[in-house]
Design a protein around this ligand. Structure first.
Ligand code: UDP
Length: 247
């Protein structure tokens, strides 16, 4: 998949639908294969100033656009991505197949107790799903948490440490981890645990989930609003440069 990636400000995205992304993730899990990232505009913009984050994102086996901003940017650049693939939805889209194939899941991240609550809710909802273990995201020692994950015999690991911490963590530790697939899913663990609500469908369809989240979690405003305008400016600049080069 890596060859045909669609570039948005230096980050390459796989042009897949949600269904295709879920299928690819399960294939990776069954063939012992890599990690998945779901960057939004804020992360793409952050990658411009953070080469370690950029390498971690581009080194993933599957890169999908979490936010509408990246999809809009791909349209502005005239190489449209098929659709938005929110990490929180990809994380649940693969669960029925994980249960069916007996792939065991480990949930890492969130405040103490959140991953356990998420595990309880997910096993209630997805019949046959096995949660191999959980750990909160405020650990001090990587090796201890890696030993716990390996001892659980998990096949799939959800890494919910926020971006770009989780992407860098997955890249750095992938060789020490015995899991076959990792997904960097940010605050999804809070959603699965019922601590944070997603925007109602209407807001999602209008491409305004980011605005809803800003209203519910105003402390995100500085971070999100601070990076969106420069992200769009950079996209238009890239389009101008590409047009000039094509003349
Ligand atoms: N988090 C964590 N360890 C850390 C920092 C953050 O486990 O050192 C968790 C935090 O509790 C939250 C998630 O990572 O559950 C980040 O959520 P947020 O919505 O801020 O991230 P995003 O989805 O926007 O990347």
């Amino acid at each position: 998949m890596a060859q045909s990636r669609i570039m948005v400000l230096g980050v390459g995205f796989d042009n897949v639908t949600m269904e295709e992304a879920a299928q690819k993730a399960i294939e990776l899990a069954r063939s012992g294969g890599g990690y998945v990232v779901t960057p939004n505009a804020e992360i793409v913009y952050a990658c411009r100033k953070n080469p370690e984050a950029k390498d971690a994102v581009n080194g993933a086996a599957l890169v999908v656009p979490d936010g509408i901003g990246v999809v809009k940017a791909s349209r502005i650049l005239k190489r449209p991505l098929k659709e938005r693939v929110p990490g929180v939805e990809l994380g649940t889209a693969i669960l029925p197949a994980a249960a069916k194939h007996g792939l065991r899941l480990f949930l890492l991240g969130g405040k103490p107790g959140v991953a356990e609550e998420a595990a309880r809710k997910l096993t209630e909802k997805y019949e046959g799903l096995v949660i191999a273990g959980t750990a909160d995201g405020y650990f001090q020692n990587d090796d201890e948490v890696i030993a716990k994950i390996n001892a659980s015999n998990a096949d799939i690991l959800y890494v919910c440490l926020g971006a770009p911490k989780q992407e860098i963590w997955m890249r750095k530790n992938r060789d020490k981890l015995k899991v076959s697939l990792m997904l960097g899913l940010g605050g999804s663990v809070d959603v699965y645990a019922g601590k944070v609500e997603r925007a109602p469908e209407f807001w999602q369809k209008m491409g305004l989930e980011w605005l809803y989240r800003l209203m519910k979690q105003p402390k995100r405003a500085k971070r999100v609003l601070g990076s969106l305008p420069p992200f769009l400016l950079a996209v238009y600049k890239e389009r101008r440069q590409e047009r000039k080069a094509a003349k």
